[in-house]
Write a protein that binds this ligand. Structure first.
Ligand SMILES: [Zn+2]
Ligand SMILES: [Zn+2]
Length: 345
């Protein structure tokens, strides 16, 4: 089978690998169909690392994926050969303290697809523990299935942020995660959603998806505008989908007194001169998000039942052989590209 392997920064080689086999009784063998390119893939592609995770051995990237079951271990009861499935790319140890309380996203021994040393989904076939594989509703396409992973990040953020029906929210950043958070907050009952970015095409898409106001921070002061639109109070929750000093500062200044700031973006450096004083003075709850836990089933049901237009986030569709082209598209910062979707098979 074909695999796209990252050997060193900006060098992906297509090579033939042996077909994986079901070894554990509870594993399934999946023919990979659609895989979205994520910004974390791009980090590894350009820099060969994200923080402490360093690519030392050749690595297959990709973790936003859907596929079809082609074989299964004898203990797998909830899936059949031929089922179209969505893969949750995190396989936790199930025994550490965090796993035991259900917070498996911060598991001490987590295997995450496309993160060293675990190979990801830019391959034709892979095996995965069946309890992290979900059957897709018939109404959902395989492309939509591959968008459930980033949507789960958004839904988990909304849950952890404790959004209440009628809340007003602001989302800083209208990339994939920002736009997914927009869909998730609307689906969960936000009354008004303000979103900011620096690219007009993304803001236009945000408006199409239902944003109350989409603000280009190069043209308008987002704090002034959003405060004005919320009667001077500020939003109940601010989601920082960028995670740089500038957006974190905006979040702390923008959020309502007693409100919440949810940090999803991983753009942070180590040092910040953001007004941390606002955290006690405005009694802000600051909440960090690492991927997701316990939300895939809800994300799938919500996307299917509300017919969420997830596929509108796909701006580019490419074949497996064009993977490098897709990576470069995002690496070079092609500004109109939101989600680049790869059709593996
Ligand atoms: Zn991702
Ligand atoms: Zn664990």
């Amino acid at each position: 089978m074909k695999a796209a392997v990252l050997y060193k920064p900006r060098e992906i080689v297509f090579e033939e690998r042996e077909m994986p086999k079901v070894i554990s009784d509870t594993d399934v063998l999946i023919e990979v169909r659609n895989v979205g390119i994520c910004h974390s893939d791009i980090h590894y592609y350009i820099h060969g690392k994200i923080g402490d995770f360093v690519v030392k051995e050749p690595l297959v990237l990709g973790h936003e994926c859907s596929g079809v079951i082609v074989d299964k271990g004898p203990a797998v009861k909830h899936l059949e050969v031929g089922d179209r499935v969505i893969i949750e790319p995190a396989a936790p140890c199930r025994t550490c303290d965090y796993c035991k309380v259900g917070r498996y996203n911060i598991c001490e021994n987590l295997r995450f697809m496309g993160t060293p040393p675990t190979d990801g989904a830019f391959v034709e076939y892979l095996t995965w523990p069946s309890d992290f594989v979900y059957k897709m509703p018939d109404t959902m396409s395989l492309e939509e299935g591959a968008l459930i992973e980033p949507f789960s990040v958004a839904l988990y953020s909304v849950k952890r942020g404790g959004l209440s029906p009628g809340d007003r929210v602001a989302i800083l950043g209208a990339g994939t995660i920002g736009l997914m958070t927009l869909l998730a907050t609307l689906a969960c009952g936000a009354s008004e959603v303000f979103i900011t970015d620096i690219v007009d095409s993304k803001l236009k898409l945000a408006e199409e998806l239902g944003a109350t106001a989409a603000i280009n921070v190069y043209k308008e002061d987002p704090i002034k505008t959003i405060k004005y639109l919320t009667n001077g109070k500020g939003p109940d929750i601010v989601f920082d989908a960028v995670g740089i000093e500038r957006t974190f500062t905006q979040a702390l200044n923008l959020v309502k007194i007693g409100g919440k700031v949810v940090v999803i973006g991983l753009g942070f450096g180590d040092l910040t001169t953001s007004p941390i004083i606002n955290i006690p003075c405005k009694e802000i709850n600051v909440i960090g998000i690492l991927r997701y836990a316990n939300v895939f089933p809800q994300a799938i049901r919500l996307a299917a039942s509300k017919k969420l237009p997830l596929v509108k986030l796909i701006t580019n569709r490419l074949d497996f052989s064009e993977l490098v082209k897709g990576m470069e598209m995002i690496a070079k910062g092609e500004k109109d590209a939101v989600k680049v979707m790869i059709k593996v098979r």
